[in-house]
Ligand binder design. Structure first.
Ligand code: C2E
Ligand code: CA
Ligand code: CA
Length: 573
């Protein structure tokens, strides 16, 4: 009942009712009272006796025992069920009076007189208990309300949220927990003072409470304030996950409407992280942590819809910190090294290599760049890796071309984050100046995602790279939002078709045609095309037929240490 209510106060009230004695106890006590009362009447009017341990005991002697039992039931009703217990007890006691009065005063049956007085006494006792308890209960109620209510906004607090979540869980209901953090709220506190900050929070709370109570979101929502500028919503009674997103959007829209306090206008925004139980996890104890993980992720990335659903990938914090620690120690100990993966033309002649960063664990095991590069990007360490690999790769090519006279190319990965830094051009210029390598041998690989993120600055950077005489490859082509117009204005030299497209070629002719289309597109734009992750000779044959220029993949060469790569160059010459 309460759980289906859209009203936050009602839900809170129902939650506290849950803590009271169950209704079944009420009925049981009434039943017991009825039986005891019946036995009082029966025993007092039944003549004769029963024998206990050989002694005769009159039936009427049991009336007192049963009467005490019925009084105990009455006391229990008042103490356990307060007002309803008191009213029903009073009723049950008062209805006995007419009978007693007739018995004593009309029929002159003096045996009913003690019962008459004991009923009056018990009415007195339960009234004293009820009225003195009421004071204490009211006080307790106030304390309980304070324990579940946030002082500033009047919303339920985190504890209340926890109570509701336990209740929903007990009733096997599905629900979502939304963790919310207002953006830049600190600046309101800092510039306008904490009193204004509190008024803004109260206004937000009021709007959200009204929205929850109105039921307009179509779901049952319970809004609570967590602490500071953090709020939570528990959403239940939804049809599908998209209903939850719709509800969150409704709260977002409500928040983003102008707030005016003391003639000042405030425009608030917030980030929302949420988790759906039990769809996203069956671990009910960690729901807040998981919703917070989604919230922190969406706060950190800072862009997009500002609403994020939890995924287990967000929990890799420990692994992340572990890799970060190892990465820092590898960088400071100069222990980042590289392997080179050969690239060939379609006749299996060596074209060059891609330099790939490598790093090992304390016990010598390789850590995959797929694991440490994302950590390096998030922690800003990727520049140092890129530059280290750049330097090692340029060293290598300088050495082998001097030794063998070969004209191989060297592809070097540069992270978008690094590329966008103002120091980037200076960094690579310095390395090139100290090496005797012709720049057109060096190819900078930039992932396609750059075209969406900050196209203009990226284009300018690429022009600068080209002005140095270096070449540019578009890496992982096809995985992002490849746009023809970008591709057209992107001054690159080569397209690298992502492995996922090469993998799919064997599945259908349309997948093959798709790769063929990318290759033709590249050629129309005057670009060379290289296929990545080629693992079989069948793939090589297909690629040859559809006009691919180069291949890179395990079929003709895995990434290898530079010494081995040096030998490959010598033998190719
Ligand atoms: P990527 O640039 O797409 O590099 C190609 C990846 O595919 C390499 O993985 C390579 O070993 C792998 N690969 C090549 N051929 C095959 C194949 O036939 N089958 C399979 N299964 N895999 C193949 P790796 O070395 O683990 O590198 C992973 C990613 O790490 C790279 O993907 C690149 O994005 C990043 N990375 C590596 N080194 C650097 C670096 O120095 N700087 C930056 N910023 N990123 C780097
Ligand atoms: Ca690459
Ligand atoms: Ca790639």
């Amino acid at each position: 009942m309460g759980r289906k209510s859209n009203n936050i106060d009602k839900t809170l009230k129902n939650l506290s009712l849950n803590k009271e004695a169950p209704k079944s106890a009420f009925i049981l006590l009434l039943l017991l009272f009825g039986i005891a009362h019946f036995l009082v009447l029966k025993s007092s009017t039944t003549p004769g006796a029963i024998f206990i341990f050989g002694m005769p005991v009159a039936y009427s002697a049991f009336a007192g025992v049963f009467s005490t039992l019925s009084n105990v039931c009455i006391l229990c009703l008042v103490m356990l069920f307060r007002k309803p217990g008191y009213i029903i007890s009073l009723f049950l006691l008062l209805v006995q009076f007419p009978m007693m009065i007739v018995n004593v005063f009309v029929r002159g049956n003096m045996a009913s007189l003690p019962g008459f007085f004991s009923t009056i006494m018990i009415i007195g006792v339960i009234s004293i208990i009820y009225f003195s308890n009421r004071k204490i209960l009211n006080y307790q109620q106030r304390i309980r309300e304070q324990a579940v209510t946030d002082r500033i906004t009047g919303l339920p607090n985190r504890f209340a949220c926890g109570e509701l979540v336990s209740d929903l869980h007990r009733h096997n209901e599905d629900f979502a927990i939304v963790s919310i953090d207002l953006n830049n709220f600190k600046s309101i506190n800092d510039t306008m003072g904490h009193d204004t900050g509190d008024l803004v929070l109260t206004e937000v709370a009021k709007r959200w409470r009204n929205l929850a109570d109105s039921g307009n979101t179509g779901t049952t929502d319970f809004v609570a304030r967590n602490s500071g500028d953090e709020f939570m919503i528990v959403i239940s009674n939804y049809g599908s996950a998209s209903d939850i997103e719709k509800t969150i959007n409704a709260y977002k829209t409500e928040l983003e409407k102008k707030i005016t306090i003391d003639d000042c206008d405030y425009y608030l925004t917030a980030c929302f992280g949420y988790i759906i139980y039990p769809d996203d996890t069956d671990n009910v104890d960690n729901l807040y942590i998981y919703a917070d993980a989604a919230l922190h992720e969406v706060k950190e990335t800072g862009s997009g819809s500002r609403i994020l659903r939890f995924t287990p990938g967000l929990l890799n914090n420990e692994k992340f910190l572990d890799i970060e620690r190892k990465l820092r120690s590898a960088i400071s100990g100069n222990k980042i090294f590289f392997h080179l993966q050969p690239q060939f033309d379609m006749d299996h002649n060596l074209r060059g290599f891609e330099a790939l960063a490598r790093m090992t664990d304390d016990d010598g095991a390789f850590i995959s760049p797929a694991d440490f590069i994302p950590v390096a990007e998030k922690t800003g360490l990727v520049d140092r890796i890129d530059l280290r690999i750049f330097e090692l790769a340029v060293d290598f090519i300088e050495k082998v071309t001097k030794e063998t006279g070969s004209d191989i190319t060297m592809s070097i990965n540069i992270s978008v984050r690094h590329l966008m830094k103002n120091t980037f051009m200076e960094d690579i210029r310095k390395i090139l100046e100290t090496h005797d390598v012709s720049p057109e041998r060096i190819e900078i690989e930039i992932t396609e995602s750059i075209m969406i993120d900050s196209a203009e600055k990226a284009l300018q950077r690429i022009d600068e790279i080209k002005a140095l005489g270096l070449r540019v490859a578009i890496d992982d082509f096809g995985t992002g939002y490849s746009s023809l117009s970008y591709l057209n204005s992107f001054p690159s030299d080569i397209l690298k078709i992502d492995k996922s497209f090469i993998d799919r070629m064997s599945l259908s002719s349309s997948s093959r045609q798709y790769v063929a289309m990318i290759i033709s597109l590249g050629h129309i734009l005057d670009l060379k095309v290289i296929s990545e992750g080629v693992e079989s000779t069948e793939q090589v044959e297909v690629l040859k037929k559809i006009g691919c220029d180069f291949v890179q993949g395990y079929v003709w060469g895995r990434p290898m240490p530079p010494e081995e790569a040096g030998k490959l160059v010598s033998s190719d010459n």
